[in-house]
Write a protein that binds this ligand. Structure first.
Ligand SMILES: NC(=O)c1ccc[n+]([C@@H]2O[C@H](COP(=O)([O-])OP(=O)(O)OC[C@H]3O[C@@H](n4cnc5c(N)ncnc54)[C@H](O)[C@@H]3O)[C@@H](O)[C@H]2O)c1
Length: 281
């Protein structure tokens, strides 16, 4: 897209962290913004802050895992603004960051939000963008969608990277005029390490109820990495520029990107992979 001013952006997970920064950045670019999130009070506060830039900003409480709620988000957007141009499928949860036993309900929660949220975002908004012949979808994946991992978060983000690249090729092949970006952040200073605040009761793993000392240590390590990560506003600038320049990959941590080479090399050399060396924060 070459011009954003006067157009409409939808952002999921917009009450906090990167989603809030995206909404803010697009409003500063002159866009009207639909901010959606599962957390109602924080969303109200976030909407008031973003609306201060002077464009029309509305909030819609939405659980991205709920297909009907996502249909309502699409319908409200069209009712209010008549069109949608930029869609950030961004809402996500980290799952059980303390480790512990594999928990089926927790896997379902993480996949429902991180993967199905994106699938519903495509289902609801993509036909509108394609029909219009203009628009851009940004899916928030993660470096965890490229690096080895065996938890639900990793599975969800690998899936998001895969379907986002697939969508990019489809949109290009069919010459729809719809751009696609895959955002793969390293650590960004948000509330993601506290995402169990939105965990449905049935998905809470035992570790969340009574964490062991080792599980607490894992949490503290992740919390430190996240809180010392990049400011969300810097990532929002990258996303804004990617829409204008039609850039597919958005990596926020080039040191971590270097670690991906080991996988590629191991495939090309037909040898077993080593665990990639990650840069120190
Ligand atoms: N912060 C990082 O280091 C990092 C790194 C890589 C990827 N990510 C990804 O970035 C995205 C944004 O997360 P963040 O880091 O800004 O964290 P955050 O917790 O600050 O923001 C996430 C937002 O999503 C909302 N949310 C949670 N469940 C939801 C649901 N079911 N429906 C709708 N909204 C829901 C939360 O209420 C919150 O406002 C996520 O997809 C996350 O996986 C974050």
């Amino acid at each position: 897209m070459k011009e954003l001013s006067g157009k409409t952006a939808v952002v999921t997970g917009a009450a906090s962290g990167m989603g809030l920064a995206f909404a803010d950045r697009f409003a500063r670019a002159g866009m009207n913004v639909v901010m959606s999130d599962i957390e109602a009070p924080r969303l109200d506060e976030a909407v008031a802050g973003v609306a201060a830039h002077g464009t029309r900003v509305i909030g819609q409480v939405t659980n991205v895992a709920d297909g009907d709620a996502m249909d309502e988000l699409g319908a409200r957007t069209i009712d209010e603004f008549g069109a949608v141009h930029v869609v950030c499928n961004n809402a996500g949860v980290a799952g059980n960051v303390r480790g512990g036993e594999l928990n089926v309900a927790e896997w379902k929660w993480v996949l429902d939000v991180n993967l199905w949220g994106v699938i519903h975002g495509h289902r609801v908004f993509l036909p509108l963008l394609v029909e219009q012949g203009e628009g851009h979808i940004i899916n928030t994946a993660s470096m965890a969608g490229h690096l080895p991992g065996h938890g639900a978060y990793s599975a969800s983000k690998w899936a998001v990277v895969g379907i986002t690249q697939g969508l990019f090729h489809q949109m290009q092949g069919e010459q729809t005029g719809v751009g696609v970006s895959c955002l793969c952040p390293g650590f960004v200073s948000t509330e993601i390490h506290n995402s169990d605040r939105n965990c449905p009761e049935e998905a809470a793993p035992p570790a969340l109820v009574e964490p062991s000392a080792e599980e607490e240590m894992r949490f503290n390590f992740l919390a430190d990495m996240v809180t010392s990560g990049r400011p969300p506003a810097e990532v929002a600038d990258m996303v804004h520029d990617a829409v204008l320049n039609d850039t597919f990959w958005i990596f926020t941590d080039l040191g971590m990107v270097q670690a991906l080479k080991e996988k590629h090399d191991s495939i090309m050399e037909n040898r077993n992979p080593q665990f990639p060396a990650l840069p120190q924060q």
